[in-house]
Design a protein around this ligand. Structure first.
Ligand code: FPP
Length: 246
């Protein structure tokens, strides 16, 4: 029995990362403004955090605002900033109760003082929580992350090695994702966790983010559990189980 329980636990990814795509299309289909899709996206994110906690996922990293999203219409950009600030002030207590440790990943320069203040407060208020780490990538791009890591090494006069660069990435404390999920039907990374996803299992689904529910999450986890992660080795070289357990 003990082994059976362990086998199930191993099929749950430790770290899931999600590109929450499809909010705009979800809203358009309902003749609503795009921002309504983002608002519904926050609700779905809240539910997904809870579902991940229940399933024993330890780290959830979500792409909320990319370095490229500044190119969107100004009212959508300001709407996303407002959604972030409002969601944090409304949900912080509940997140604290659920044991969620919030971290924001991305370039702080360029964000307003108000937004920066609410990110700092949310990080400070949840710093002692250990049930799940929620990394919200905000003004984040994988290329930015690599450049800032390389610049940090150059400034310190350190040699550039894989280990040294990894240690300077914004996700260094949580490690690489085991599974990247992208909703909304597109099959690309869009500058998300470029270095970190080198050996990550990728899962694309057509569900629009505001429709992403427990069944959709479980389908992604089930697909992951059926993958064989070889990290460049052959099947025969893998220790023990031949499915995603490393
Ligand atoms: C992509 O869908 C989604 C975004 C750019 C924003 C994601 C934000 C949320 C889910 C809300 C949570 C946000 C915070 C701040 C915690 P899209 O707009 O590109 O959709 P489309 O492809 O249908 O146009």
């Amino acid at each position: 029995m003990r082994n059976a329980v362990a086998a199930v636990a191993e099929s749950i990814p430790r770290h899931i990362a999600i590109v929450m795509d499809g909010n705009g299309r979800w809203a358009s289909k309902r003749f609503l403004p795009r921002i309504a899709g983002h608002k519904q996206g926050v609700e779905v994110l809240k539910r997904t955090v809870r579902s991940c906690v229940l399933r024993g996922v330890q780290v959830l990293t979500v792409f909320a605002f990319s370095s490229e999203n500044w190119k969107r219409p100004p009212d959508e950009v300001s709407g996303l900033m407002e959604i972030l600030v409002v969601a944090l002030s409304r949900e912080l207590n509940q997140l604290k109760k659920e044991g969620v440790h919030l971290q924001f990943i991305g370039e702080r320069a360029g964000l307003s003082e108000r937004v920066k203040k609410s990110l700092i407060e949310a990080e400070r208020e949840t710093a002692d929580n250990h049930t799940l780490i929620l990394n919200v990538c905000f003004n984040y791009g994988g290329r930015w992350d690599l450049v800032q890591a390389a610049q940090a090494l150059a400034a310190a006069g350190e040699p550039i090695t894989e280990a040294a660069l990894s240690a300077k990435l914004s996700t260094a404390a949580v490690g690489d994702p085991d599974l990247v999920v992208r909703t909304g039907g597109e099959m690309r990374l869009s500058n998300f966790l470029l270095w970190q996803a080198a050996y990550t299992e990728l899962y694309f689904c057509n569900v629009l983010w505001p429709d992403f529910d427990e069944a959709a999450l479980d389908a992604a986890i089930q697909a992951y559990a059926g993958r064989e992660r070889r990290f460049g080795m052959t099947s025969d070289q893998l220790p023990g189980s031949q499915t995603a357990s490393v």
